[in-house]
Design a protein around this ligand. Sequence first.
Ligand SMILES: [Fe+2]
Length: 280
Amino acid sequence: MSFDAHDLINLSKYPIHQEGDQRDALLAQIRSRLKFDGCAVLKGFLTQRGIDTLASEADSVADKAHRSYNRTNVYFSADDETLPPTDPRRRFFDRSNAFIPADNFMQTGALRTIHDFDGFDSFIQACFEEEKFYRYADPLADVIINSAVEGNGFPWHFDTNNFTVTLAIQNAHGGGHFEYAPGIRQGSENFEEVGRVLDGTSDKVSVLELEPGDLQLFRGRYSLHRVTPLVGDRPRYVAIFSYVEEPDMVGNPERTQQLYGRTLPIHWERAGRRADSYID
Ligand SMILES: [Fe+2]
């Protein structure tokens, strides 16, 4: 079965492939959202058929997800016993991930039909106004699906990469709200306010309810963010598209093994060329 991107993406609302006034207006709107608080959501980016076919595709390979667990603070840094126990750098949370690696998605499948649609990458690049912008060349990680169920956690953190591009496919029955404190560490680490966010007493937190079919562009390096705990037995599926600042980049073998449960020869061939994999 093959798909046509025109059936999957709502191109009449989001004419990402057609130069012109409508695309320009859309870009202006997204850029201003990104400047305002680092987050832009293209509601209803997918058609209903796009949502349905992506959800079936995710279901069909859900058993290929690799689950990993760790305990981390919001900075992904090591514990520092010289600091007081209340310091945000000393507050650790359980984090669990289940990623369906990229090589489970066929070229002719719905997810890659969207990703490979002419104009998709260049539109995203134009939204972020990034000069150095390349698809991640990692065959396990260029586009993946995060699958999460009740009990999985996406606790508060800052991203280590400059931006993320995610597409909501299916929500859990409950929970799963995206919460973020825009620009909370722009200029300084602002540990006091970060602590208040962790305590649930900050008034700097915005909440988003993303629905299936929504495309989210987010700059998470300066904005503390999390996904609230999921409720119910339906898995939450989110596709993650990865772009990096240099061509031909792949993840390092250790991180790849941790996130995807396996490595490929290319990870070892390229080992040493870089230190991280841009999926936080
Ligand atoms: Fe993040």
